[in-house]
Design a binder for this molecule. Sequence first.
Ligand SMILES: NC(=O)c1ccc[n+]([C@@H]2O[C@H](COP(=O)([O-])OP(=O)(O)OC[C@H]3O[C@@H](n4cnc5c(N)ncnc54)[C@H](O)[C@@H]3O)[C@@H](O)[C@H]2O)c1
Ligand SMILES: [Zn+2]
Ligand SMILES: [Zn+2]
Length: 358
Amino acid sequence: MATIPTTMQGALLPGNSTAELKEFPVPEPGHGEVLLRMKASTICGSDIRCIYHEHLGKGPEGYQDVIAGHEPCGQIVKVGPGCRRFREGDRVIVYHISGCGVCNDCRRGYMISCTSEKYRRAYGWQRDGGMADYLLAEEKDLVHLPDELSYVDGAQVACGFGTVYEGLEKIGISGNDAVLITGLGPVGLATGALCRKLGANKIIGIDVIKERMDLALELGLCDEVLPAGPDNVEEVRRLTGGHGVERAVDCSANAAARATAIRATRKWGRIVFIGEGGTVEFNPSPDIIHDQKTIYGSWVTSIWRMEELVERLVRWNLHPADLVTHRFALSQVADAYALMASGRCGKVAICFDEELRS
Ligand SMILES: NC(=O)c1ccc[n+]([C@@H]2O[C@H](COP(=O)([O-])OP(=O)(O)OC[C@H]3O[C@@H](n4cnc5c(N)ncnc54)[C@H](O)[C@@H]3O)[C@@H](O)[C@H]2O)c1
Ligand SMILES: [Zn+2]
Ligand SMILES: [Zn+2]
């Protein structure tokens, strides 16, 4: 393995729609920690929404001027004392929140909702994340990346695909279901990819960006795509024999799209909200109660379900990297964030070493 330098480059998001590279010391792993050589670090819509344009987030979404990037995947190059499972050379995904480990949510594996203000720190938000040459991670936050998956596949499991898998497990997806996806950003595209493997064969997507609608069709992730508009509910009903879909997944966070997701779902159907922020207005009696519908909320996933997803990706031969339309070196990180902010792309990845060449 190559020798580890003493300094590295890392990207900060100052909150004025730019990304800035700075030099940092390469960290030394302490007890229970490992040092990763970063291989892939993908950009999530939440980075754009909460940090890139302005520092809007509070609490778990508060950005503490650390190295950005909450979808990290890399190879262990140094192991601190006291590690129990992972070794030098292992390929790993980082579950992107380090929890206290002892609250009820952490004990369920949902470090995302860890209740310890003092110890809960998300990579790329309150502790250094993946947009750097190296990353210091806690061993307990690691998920093994099987040889069948690339680092770019793995990076997307850390937030996007993990989040979607959780939401879909909550509402249940099978070959019985027509599915509506509102918002075809990387999270919406991941929803299409996972719904296919779970058996759905009528997938309808809605977005406002032509590039994303085209991509959803080209990659075979949607059977039909509709431009967002006031007739979407009627259009979805027409595509589903007049009934509406059995399942809907909002990945847009847009108020009108969320209302469409609810209203275009048929009786007894289930809806999950993944897109974050904003509002929605609906009329409980006609829109959900009298039609016996259920709305779920879903926040990231648990670390055990992330491990389960990785196993399924191999079994299904599903490669999240297929959603990546643009790969950039760390030196071009500013261009990468600007592209993701424009929306004229699929998933955007910062890559290192072999992942940049492939
Ligand atoms: N719940 C969670 O744990 C979780 C985890 C990750 C991301 N997220 C959230 O999921 C959302 C999607 O993430 P992403 O990375 O795909 O981001 P993104 O912002 O790229 O995707 C949102 C998409 O919604 C589309 N959209 C906007 N208005 C619309 C409308 N009226 N109808 C249909 N589509 C519309 C946009 O054009 C865009 O393609 C974001 O809000 C993000 O913060 C939530
Ligand atoms: Zn995310
Ligand atoms: Zn906790």
